[in-house]
Design a protein around this ligand. Structure first.
Ligand SMILES: O=C(O)CCC(=O)C(=O)O
Length: 264
């Protein structure tokens, strides 16, 4: 499957500009044969948390219509990174996933809120996992800081995910953590990891991209630069079964042993 990562320079507090840029870039990757498109975190507003009352997508309506139309028109799967939403009275960091017939197959609110960027002061955390099917591929999606919780990604792999998507706005100051953690999650879960970071800056942070596509043996198939760009990379999902057969980690796990410690 040809996977496109769109490493966007997200405009701060400017949804109009961001929707326009995303549409333009999706058209470009489609012209290069993309069958699945992955976007970064909070691509509608960036971290304009103090302005969410005016800017967040109410019930995700605009984003859902936009992504559904693009998925159907171009016959592409879209893992829609995430957008800031207002659902009921609360704000969330929400991922929407569309299959290539334009159907919503996944909706996920970021489960671990990142205090260093004040998310806990403005957003509510989600309480549900995010496993979905695109064509014949079972996949999972988490958001940025969720990456630091290996048990959360493992839970998605155990629920059947053969590929994990990780959209992010991960600042350049900790980019070494990003790269190492992504590679570790691919190796330990024996799955593909498709991780899309942003570039550019907001009032508090610099972002330098380094989006990654990593195969289940840990091989890095693509790393983004520090510029706005996209990549279209051919991925062979049969590698997952090969790796899981070579080292049968899932058979050798001893969950009852771990559980006794977790319960202490
Ligand atoms: O964990 C980190 O260092 C970055 C996390 C982050 O930027 C986020 O969750 O938005």
């Amino acid at each position: 499957m040809k996977i496109a990562c769109i490493q966007l320079d997200v405009a701060f507090a400017d949804p109009e500009k961001n929707f326009h840029n995303v549409q333009t870039l999706i058209k470009k990757v489609v012209s290069e044969g993309a069958e699945l498109v992955a976007l970064p975190e909070m691509w509608n507003t960036a971290y304009a948390l103090t302005e969410l009352e005016n800017l967040a997508d109410i019930e995700g309506k605009r984003t859902k219509k936009f992504l559904s139309n693009l998925a159907r028109t171009y016959h592409i799967h879209i893992v829609g990174g995430s957008v800031s939403t207002k659902k009921g009275a609360n704000f969330y960091n929400t991922m929407y996933v569309y299959s290539n017939d334009g159907e919503l197959v996944g909706e996920y609110d970021k489960a671990h809120l990142f205090r260093l960027m004040d998310e806990h002061l403005y957003l509510q955390a989600g309480n549900k996992e995010n496993v979905f099917t695109l064509g014949s591929i079972q996949a999972g999606g988490v958001i940025c800081y969720d990456l630091r919780f290996p048990e959360w990604l493992r839970a998605h792999a155990l629920a059947g995910a053969k590929v994990l998507f990780v959209p992010a706005q991960w600042p350049s100051t900790r980019i070494d953590h990003w790269k190492i953690l992504l590679q570790a999650r691919a190796i330990e879960n024996q799955c593909f990891v498709i991780a899309v970071n942003r570039i550019g800056s907001d009032p508090n942070n610099q972002f330098n991209g380094q989006s990654m596509i990593i195969a289940p043996w840990g091989k890095v198939l693509w790393t983004g630069t520090e510029h706005e760009e996209y990549a279209v990379i051919d991925v062979d999902f049969s590698e997952v079964e090969e790796v899981r057969t070579r080292i049968p980690v899932y058979e050798d796990r001893r969950p009852s042993l771990y559980q006794s410690l977790f319960e202490k």
